[in-house]
Design a protein around this ligand. Sequence first.
Ligand SMILES: NC(=O)C1=CN([C@@H]2O[C@H](COP(=O)(O)OP(=O)(O)OC[C@H]3O[C@@H](n4cnc5c(N)ncnc54)[C@H](O)[C@@H]3O)[C@@H](O)[C@H]2O)C=CC1
Ligand SMILES: NCC(=O)COP(=O)(O)O
Length: 332
Amino acid sequence: MSNTGSKSRNDLPVLAVTSGEPAGIGPELCARLAGRAWPANLVVLGDATLIEQRAACAGIAVRLREYRPGQAPRTDVLDVLHCPLAVPARAGVVDPANARYVLALLDRALAGCRSGEFAGMVTAPVHKGVINDGGVPFSGHTEYLAEHTGTARVVMMLVGGGLRVALATTHLPLRAVADAITPAVLEETLRILHHDLRTRFGLPAPRILVAGLNPHAGEGGHMGREEIDVIVPVLDRLRAEGMQLLGPLPADTLFVPHALEQGDAVLAMYHDQGLPVLKHASFGGGVNVTLGLPIVRTSVDHGTALDLAGSGRADPGSLFAAVELAARMARA
Ligand SMILES: NC(=O)C1=CN([C@@H]2O[C@H](COP(=O)(O)OP(=O)(O)OC[C@H]3O[C@@H](n4cnc5c(N)ncnc54)[C@H](O)[C@@H]3O)[C@@H](O)[C@H]2O)C=CC1
Ligand SMILES: NCC(=O)COP(=O)(O)O
């Protein structure tokens, strides 16, 4: 936990924490935020009764206070901005009837970030499938927040276990990945990553390790041509502007410790090239950050864990790390 020193709690940023899928572990993880001196004042968005019930099931002692903008911050209660469920929620059993509720939490947090009420948002996990079953096409917070802020391109980056791993593509079928990595996409992704590493992570001259797409980074064109046709020309162009980019590097050896020492962040070409390594190194303490948004947004690195909902066994480490990082980013 960060030391907030002698800073008055009134000076700390206010962060919205969305409690996510009501059948999952989000509500009880949010209850675990109570009673700690975070480097931010937290407002949990969710159904207040649900949070109380899940806290009770999980054996968490928590007192809720109804959130009112501008009220004096306290660490002994959990401020909750009550948003009512559409239908009662059962631990472990998703219901498409609550899909709109989950999205309403995001919409309210986003509105508060845009108006200045909140300095950023931290998201507990949602269930992508059940939101789609509820009639709303949804592939993730990342894409949803990009669309709802009118941001043409954002970058998903996970932070944890001493690593920062950003992705050139996110929630796509593997079959679609190669076609999605165009020169424009790669260039914009690298520009966003470079910019946000400087402005939000305090790295004045970030060094980025760029993975190839194909095994052995294409083996000179014998195992795929995307490196030669797309990645190398983009890297050359951006290096000429002064960016420190190493690659394209074979992804199987890029994550060995001595290779990682040469960079401040890795750009992986697709979701399952970068995230398994990151989660192996950090599960339980990793954070998902959306770069390129006009707001601060961090998230847990895990899903809804329906199998654990209401059990009290879900590890809050990733949510805690997401709150810490959002507070640092909000102050940067
Ligand atoms: N940030 C978000 O909103 C995310 C949402 N998801 C969504 O979550 C749903 C379920 O995804 P799964 O692939 O099953 O992944 P999952 O992360 O929910 O579960 C994978 C395994 O990890 C365990 N686990 C997860 N979080 C844990 C925690 N905090 N403490 C202890 N154990 C934990 C679960 O019990 C399970 O055994 C999907 O709909 C997926 O889209 C997945 C990742 C991130
Ligand atoms: N695998 C990461 C993930 O699914 C989180 O996505 P998002 O909801 O943060 O866009």
